[in-house]
Ligand binder design. Structure first.
Ligand code: E9O
Length: 606
């Protein structure tokens, strides 16, 4: 099952399957029993755009909040001239799980809503005819799903999603779907790891192919000039006077991989690769042996109407805003983003902390009310977590690293967001996950996880696992907000002093800090939720960040206001955005712009 991003080449073809599909809900879960795989009942179906989340199209609440099985159907014509080729159906994601049928036959199942999978359909394909594609999706949350949550069932049987996380549980075919045509002998995987030698780069590469035919590699620069070649399924490629990929100054070589059948090209695949090194040394994050300071955001894939549906126009706007404000990085909170976003980060020279969808591993965090009344079991001490959740987590992590391992922009893996870390049962779980990331990544990138406020030096049992410590801290918001802010600052400093005393000798990042702010609310003196308060709160954070040399970056929560489940803590979503959901600046955006444009890339390491 190849994770290579679908591309056309001399030997490869793609059929775009996006557009209007048939769609219906299946609240009784009857479709799998009643052979809906042979075609959905026209009386029950409506049209649904792909890619998109289904939720925000609807005007009735039952549909928007729908939880359970739901179905998509389309058909794809497969020309007979492709007989003898491998035909795959590639879903860039199916949220949160899917069973795929082609011409009535089950061809794939997939768990996890944010990573791609490809199903080979050669055994069931009909040449020169339309082929029926039917997909059963399901968006229920549980202790074993990534992200984690629960599903409530009302007395009439209606289900409702109860996320243990703070973003709306959007679902559907949220990213592109394509038919991918590759040769019978195909290139399956390709990986690179770079090192530097004077002004040269040395790239160790590895190719996996479905045959033992000869492999050739050709490397082109941005002027399409051939700069290096190699042969064999593994080896090294030296580029002399290499033009490195640098932060906000990207350069991408094209690596062309050829599978040769004597003089004939059996398969061809090209990938754009930035050459850089990444390393953590003492309290520094080094890119190409130079220290960097991260400025940027925790983000979401989230916009009006599309929900979490892939929207290249919004992606473009976000990059333009990030450049305008002087950012150089973001975290893919709280799930792997569409590959096109990672590609754009490569092209624009942004640093990405790539996060797996292991969020909600702290059930009481988002259920304050329920937590105060009921007894809580520590998340990691549940047996099902140590078995099923862990298996899903490992699978998702393996898929993430397989998908994103060659990207220059990806400088770290974030293996969890705000898990419980205070119970002993967390420790062996962390160990397995952190070990797996190290084992799978050819570039051995630093690993991190975002630490919630109660993961303090005294209470946290897991801070020795990460290579970079990432703190989500809300002193002056969740802790001592408003007029208590001076005291919040003292408490913040006390915690930072404790980290300093521990002497971990590792870089720290702030991966979250922020204050909910309603755009347009102005108040003098400030009150919480006003634009004035957001600014005062953030200036206080900066004072603390600036006084600790081991703090090597700041990613504010959040880039933009985003949709969440409704509740007493949220006014039509989380309003901690520096930009509104429509991607316009709040007043504080200009404060960031001034600060970030003036912080040198090697801030605190000069
Ligand atoms: C995760 C992120 O997805 N961190 C949350 C963000 C938020 O704005 C959320 O959107 O709420 C912060 C968690 C803070 C927990 C503080 C605990 C204090 C208990 C009163």
């Amino acid at each position: 099952n190849s994770m290579l991003y679908p591309k056309t080449s001399r030997t490869r073809r793609i059929v775009d399957m996006n557009g209007l599909w048939k769609f219906c809900f299946d609240p009784e879960s009857e479709g799998l029993k009643n052979n809906w795989k042979n075609g959905l009942d026209p009386k029950r179906t409506m049209e649904m755009p792909v890619p998109a989340s289904f939720n925000d199209f609807f005007t009735d609440k039952d549909s928007r909040e729908y939880t359970g099985d739901f179905w998509y159907e389309t058909s794809v014509f497969v020309p007979g001239e492709w007989e003898g080729k491998n035909i795959g159906l590639r879903f860039d994601c199916a949220t949160h799980r899917a069973v795929v049928f082609v011409n009535g036959e089950k061809i794939a199942t997939h768990e996890g809503g944010f990573l791609p999978f490809t199903a080979r359909i050669n055994k069931v394909v009909k040449w020169n005819e339309p082929n029926r594609v039917v997909v059963c999706l399901n968006n229920e949350l549980s202790y074993t799903t990534l992200p984690a949550g629960s599903t409530k069932v009302f007395s009439d049987g209606t289900k409702m999603s109860k996320p243990f996380f703070d973003f709306y549980n959007y679902a559907g075919l949220q990213r592109p779907v394509r038919l991918v045509v590759t040769p019978k002998d195909e290139i399956v995987d390709f990986s690179v790891k770079h090192s530097l030698e004077g002004s040269d780069s040395i790239t160790e590469y590895k190719v996996t192919a479905d045959s033992d035919k000869e492999i050739l590699i050709q490397v082109y620069d941005e002027n399409r000039k051939l700069v290096a070649t190699a042969s064999g399924d593994k080896g090294v490629i030296r580029i002399s006077n290499v033009r490195l990929w640098e932060v906000r100054d990207a350069y991408l070589y094209t690596f062309r991989i050829l599978l040769m059948d004597q003089e004939m090209i059996a398969d061809e695949y090209e990938e754009e690769i930035g050459i850089r090194t990444i390393e953590v040394k003492d309290t520094d994050i080094l890119i190409n042996n130079k220290p960097v300071y991260l400025k940027g955001f925790g983000k979401h894939e989230d916009s009006e109407i599309n929900g979490r549906g892939f929207n290249l126009a919004v992606v473009k706007r976000d990059f333009e805003l990030m450049k305008w404000i002087g950012a150089n990085s973001f975290r893919t909170s709280h799930y792997p983003y569409a590959e096109e976003i990672i590609q754009m980060a490569d092209r624009e020279g942004f640093l990405v902390i790539d996060e797996v969808a292991a969020v909600g591993f702290f059930e009481s965090l988002m259920n304050f009310m329920e937590a105060s009344t009921g007894k809580q079991t520590a998340f990691f001490s549940r047996e099902i977590v140590q078995t099923e959740t862990k298996a899903n987590h490992k699978a998702a992590l393996s898929e993430l690293i397989a998908r994103d391992k060659n990207h220059a922009c990806v400088i770290a893996w974030s293996l969890m967001n705000e898990p419980e870390t205070t119970s002993k049962s967390a420790v062996p779980y962390f160990k397995e996950i952190f070990d797996l990331a190290r084992e799978l990544d050819p570039q051995k990138r630093p690993r991190t996880f975002a630490m919630v406020m109660n993961s303090t030096p005294n209470a946290c049992k897991c801070y020795s696992f990460p290579d970079i410590l990432s703190l989500n801290r809300y002193y002056g918001w969740y802790n001592r907000g408003g007029y208590e802010m001076m005291e919040a600052k003292e408490a913040f400093i006390r915690e930072m002093d404790q980290w300093q005393e521990l002497g971990l000798n590792k870089p720290f990042l702030f991966t979250e800090f922020g204050a909910d702010t309603m755009a347009g609310i102005h108040k003098l003196p400030s009150v919480m939720w006003s634009e004035e308060y957001q600014e005062e709160y953030l200036r206080m954070q900066f004072e603390v960040f600036d006084s600790y040399d081991f703090v090597k970056g700041e990613q504010v929560w959040n880039f933009a206001d985003f949709q969440t489940t409704e509740g007493i803590m949220r006014v039509n979503g989380n309003k901690k955005g520096i930009f509104t959901r429509n991607r316009q600046p709040k007043a504080v955006a200009y404060v960031f712009k001034k600060r970030w444009e003036n912080l040198p890339l090697n801030y605190k390491s000069i």
